[in-house]
Ligand binder design. Structure first.
Ligand code: NDP
Length: 419
């Protein structure tokens, strides 16, 4: 008899298997087994007006191969089908050599905007000619990031509508996402510039259009990998390319295409204690950077008839800072991933986004999205109408055979089982 697959195990069996494979320590497995809430004292110190806690399930994508290394990737998410799809994609990508990362620069951008400057052109010249002075201001504002090898790298200036002077600050925040570091430096620079040039400081803050932290990842697949019971791999691959080209032309489709990508990205962002609002704002502003909202991935044939997928997305993630060092589950998630740098984490997250897109498009252009979702939807519905774990075994097969999968059907079937 073959041993059951990971998804067929109970939670405690899964944890035991991760420990057995040396992917999780005994201590971390015990922590996850207990599912303890945050200590009230800690939670109360994190936010204003604390009144309770909100829980999400934590799951795992197994064996995601990125740049030759295999990762166990945690996901915090409520949507039923996301982890199953990510695992499916991880397997397809691994069988084809995994995901390759093209590492680019990793800097955060901050904006300092001044108004009421009588001589805008002179102001631009002054800023352009006095970078060394402004860099010293930045160093004094945040000396520890400079000691870590980061800090202000560059300032560029733009006059907007002959009214606003905008300084774009490029800041290396090392292993942190860096919002607070950037904001501290922006405010110091704003005051230094105003002290010399006059004018009024309108605002000084980071921009979430984090185009200095774009990660590019790609995968090349033998189309045979995509074959289904009714379609050849070639046919699925061609339809996947067509669907991507349609998304390039149709904003309504591009938004959904990108939502599928963010299903994976956000879930890992959450599990690793990063700021998903920042990641969402960055991804969608990047998708719209040409003025025409575009899909974040592209799929095409290579010259030797392989299917190549690429993703480019800003991922200004941190492995320190914010709530990362505070939330115990985030620390377990980091240990599970065995991540050493923020760049490495960003690469794995880009790979997850690309895989999520592959799985979603494959389902969409072959069997349709609902077939795979049905069993998971039925389970959510059954739980929502009050089915217990033992009732699920009887209720689910009946629910899946019913002509309409809805609350009324689930409630009727459950009461028949209980009668
Ligand atoms: P922190 O303010 O926690 O700063 C990170 C700190 O980590 C640094 O100040 C540094 O302190 C310490 N650190 C330790 N090791 C390193 C290392 N290797 N590299 C870099 N720093 C290191 O967090 P961030 O500045 O990253 O800001 C992120 C937070 O800001 C998130 O919670 C986010 O939600 C929030 N935020 C987001 C905004 C947005 O996106 N628009 C706006 C405002 C806030 P030291 O050097 O002193 O040890």
């Amino acid at each position: 008899m073959t041993s059951p697959k990971f998804y067929q195990l109970s939670k405690s069996e899964r944890l035991a298997r991760l420990v057995e494979a040396n992917q999780l320590s005994e201590k971390d497995a015990q922590f996850l087994a207990q599912s303890q809430p945050l200590a009230d004292e800690l939670a109360d110190s994190m936010i204003e007006n604390y009144i309770g806690q909100y829980h999400l399930p934590l799951g795992i994508v197994q064996d995601v191969m990125v740049a030759g290394k295999v990762y166990q990737v945690p996901m915090a998410i409520e949507e039923p089908s996301v982890i199953a799809a990510a695992n499916n994609a991880a397997k397809m990508m691994r069988l084809n050599g995994g995901v390759t990362i093209e590492s680019g620069q990793r800097v955060m951008f901050g904006e300092v905007v001044l108004t009421d400057l009588p001589q805008l052109a002179d102001a631009v010249k002054w800023v352009d000619n006095h970078f060394a002075i402004l860099q010293t201001v930045a160093q004094k504002a945040h000396p520890s990031i400079v000691k870590r090898g980061g800090g202000l790298q560059k300032i560029t200036t733009t006059i907007v509508e002959n009214r606003f002077l905008k300084l774009n600050l490029e800041i290396d925040t090392k292993a942190a996402m860096g919002a607070n570091i950037v904001n501290t430096i922006c405010e110091a620079i704003a005051h230094a510039v105003q002290a010399t040039l006059g004018g009024t400081i309108l605002l000084s803050v980071l921009t979430n259009a984090a185009f200095g932290s774009v990660v590019k990842a790609s995968v090349t697949l033998n189309p045979e990998t995509l074959a289904t019971a009714t379609l050849t791999g070639d046919a699925v691959a061609q339809r996947l390319i067509d669907a991507t080209q349609f998304a390039q032309l149709d904003v309504a489709r591009a938004a959904t295409h990108n939502k599928g990508i963010m299903n994976g990205i956000d879930a890992v962002i959450m599990a690793t204690g990063n700021d998903w609002r920042a990641i969402e704002a960055g991804a969608h502003s990047y998708a719209a950077r040409t003025g025409h909202y575009q899909p974040l991935t592209d799929w095409s044939w290579t010259s030797d008839h392989q299917l190549r997928g690429q993703i480019a997305v800003p991922l200004p993630v941190g492995i320190v800072g914010g709530s990362i060092g505070i939330l115990p589950t985030v620390q377990v998630a980091q240990r599970l991933m065995v991540i050493e740098t923020a760049e490495e984490l960003a690469g794995v997250i880009a790979a997850i986004g690309l895989g999520q897109n592959l799985a979603a498009l494959k389902a969409l252009v072959s069997d349709g999205i609902q077939k795979g979702h049905m069993a998971l939807q039925a389970k959510s519905l059954a739980i929502a109408v009050g089915a217990t774990a033992s009732e699920l075994t009887t209720l689910l097969p009946q629910l899946l055979k019913a002509p309409h999968l809805n609350t009324e059907t689930a409630t009727t079937l459950l009461s028949q089982i209980r009668a």
